[in-house]
Design a protein around this ligand. Structure first.
Ligand SMILES: Cc1cc2nc3c(=O)[nH]c(=O)nc-3n(C[C@H](O)[C@H](O)[C@H](O)COP(=O)(O)OP(=O)(O)OC[C@H]3O[C@@H](n4cnc5c(N)ncnc54)[C@H](O)[C@@H]3O)c2cc1C
Length: 457
């Protein structure tokens, strides 16, 4: 891809005012202390904290395209305290204290990202406005009530909103209530990723772009243009992980797609709300999400794109006209005043899901290979926690972070094909069906709880 194509990756890339010329690729063998495969948020945060801990470390980032190319430069920009496994599930598996600690670390991470953005003068258009999640029928409201009960039990800071309070934050149609948490910031993710890349390269990390790694080996990363020998190699490839030798069933790439309107008038925003640039969603099963961008656009995304056979990733999968049309229709249904607003940007990208929906981070000391990923749709902040944790693991520090329950969690492999394809796409269809059935019948869908159980969520 050339510079112009990179700009078309997302609204966020289109808004960058830097030239997107790739940095030089690796040419020949090198030796470093830490090789990081992938220059998305996971790789960049890891480099950032390693440098902060020990400026003498020799660090090389190996990126197949350019920094921020993956999900990091294309996401919905929720820097949240969300984590893909619920506190109750974590408590069942690891105990209540561990669940509380993981979620407390997530809340602290939102503040840590904002601290770095301020300290490093990264112009990431951040607004710490929290998140409003709407309930738009009685079944969704009962889920909101359950979530607030879980929040109280695990100290998560989510409050219930009555219909007026919810509408006061976001005047969508059919609002019967909702929840609010202060623990989220809206960010411009490509500015954050590219800003981090600038910071770590200014401090001496080598960033080789257009340098795909074909295989991670003990203490080495293999590319077509050179071998990188390193005491530690960090796998930071998230949805792209199946393209690495030996990792075909580690993570399933699932696509999420987004549309963005032209900048809206102040009068339109006065009617809609999101005055503090709260990020927003609702309590349906097939996730939707949005943010009010710094330049006044409605940025609105959701799942619904198919999982592709054998975990394939192709540029064509970033754009699915049927899903864009469904998102546009949903946006108009939520906010009739936006029906005529021009959609200026449509894009998507792969996020990464582990078989049990657990994100994880770890280091195998024997091979020197570290990994972090499986964040599902919650990676904007979780990658920061991962970067700090991988740093502590590599430096052999026993800290609060290295004792969190996601550290060292071993992921069971996804089923071989065609089971993976059949299961993932059947789950997707079931969620769409369950949302419609709940809206029609006014009671929770048994199909949705069955699928949630099977998917480990
Ligand atoms: C459309 C969309 C919306 C989302 N919305 C949100 C949100 O609002 N909030 C949130 O918290 N999360 C969201 N997510 C998830 C979040 O963006 C990701 O979890 C996060 O960015 C993952 O960062 P990463 O660095 O691990 O992976 P990525 O950003 O995907 O980076 C991986 C990098 O590795 C490179 N790479 C891959 N293979 C190789 C190889 N073989 N050799 C070298 N380099 C390689 C890729 O080019 C890429 O740059 C969203 C994701 C998508 C796709």
């Amino acid at each position: 891809m050339d510079g112009r194509d990179y700009r078309s990756l997302s609204l966020w890339f289109d808004q960058l005012d830097e030239a997107l010329t790739p940095r030089p690729a690796l040419s020949g063998d090198i030796e470093v202390d830490v090789a990081i495969v992938g220059a998305g948020f996971t790789g960049l945060w890891t480099a950032y904290y390693l440098q902060a801990a020990d400026p003498s470390l020799r660090i090389a980032l190996l990126e197949k395209e350019i920094a921020g190319f993956g999900a990091s430069g294309r996401n919905g920009g929720w820097c949240s305290a969300l984590y893909p496994v619920s506190a109750a599930t974590l408590a069942d598996e690891h105990g209540r204290d561990a669940a509380i600690a993981q979620y407390a670390a997530m809340r602290a991470t939102v503040n840590e990202v904002l601290r770095v953005v301020a300290d490093e003068r990264i112009a990431a258009d951040a607004a710490h406005g929290g998140t409003v999640v709407l309930a738009r029928n009685q079944v969704q409201l009962s889920r909101a009530v359950d979530e607030v009960a879980e929040s109280a039990e695990y100290d998560l800071g989510t409050a219930l909103l009555d219909a007026d309070a919810a509408r006061g934050r976001l005047a969508a149609t059919q609002v019967v209530g909702g929840t609010f948490t202060p623990n989220c910031a809206a960010v411009q993710p490509a500015k954050l990723a590219r800003g981090l890349a600038r910071v770590v390269t200014d401090r001496g990390a080598a960033l080789y772009e257009h340098t795909p790694v074909v295989e991670i080996q003990p203490h080495a990363a293999l590319t077509r243009t050179g071998r990188v020998r390193a005491e530690y190699v960090v796998r930071a490839t998230e949805g792209y992980t199946p393209t690495l030798a030996g990792e075909r069933r580690t993570i399933a790439p699932v696509y999420s797609l987004i549309i963005a309107t032209e900048p809206l008038s102040d009068a339109t925003w006065d009617a809609i709300g999101l005055r503090e640039r709260e990020t927003f969603s609702d309590f349906r099963h097939l996730i939707i999400y949005g943010q009010r961008s710094a330049d006044g656009r409605m940025v609105f995304g959701g799942r619904g794109a198919p999982y592709h056979y054998a975990s394939r990733i192709r540029p064509a999968y970033d754009r699915v006209p049927k899903v864009f049309a469904a998102l546009h229709a949903e946006l108009a249904e939520l906010f009739p005043s936006l029906r005529a607003a021009r959609i200026t940007h449509r894009w998507g990208g792969p996020l990464g899901i582990a078989r049990d929906w657990h994100a994880s981070v770890g280091l195998d000391r024997a091979t020197g290979v570290a990994w972090a990923g499986g964040y599902v749709g919650d990676g904007v902040s979780t990658t920061n926690l991962a970067g700090r944790t991988v740093t502590d693991l590599i430096l052999n520090r026993d800290t609060e972070l290295t004792r969190l329950p996601w550290v060292g969690h071993r992921i069971r492999a996804w089923e071989p094909e065609p089971l993976r394809w059949l299961g993932a796409n059947a789950g997707l269809r079931a969620m769409t069906w369950a949302d419609a059935a709940e809206a029609r019948r006014g009671r929770p869908s048994r199909m949705a709880s069955l699928v949630n159980g099977m998917m480990g969520r």
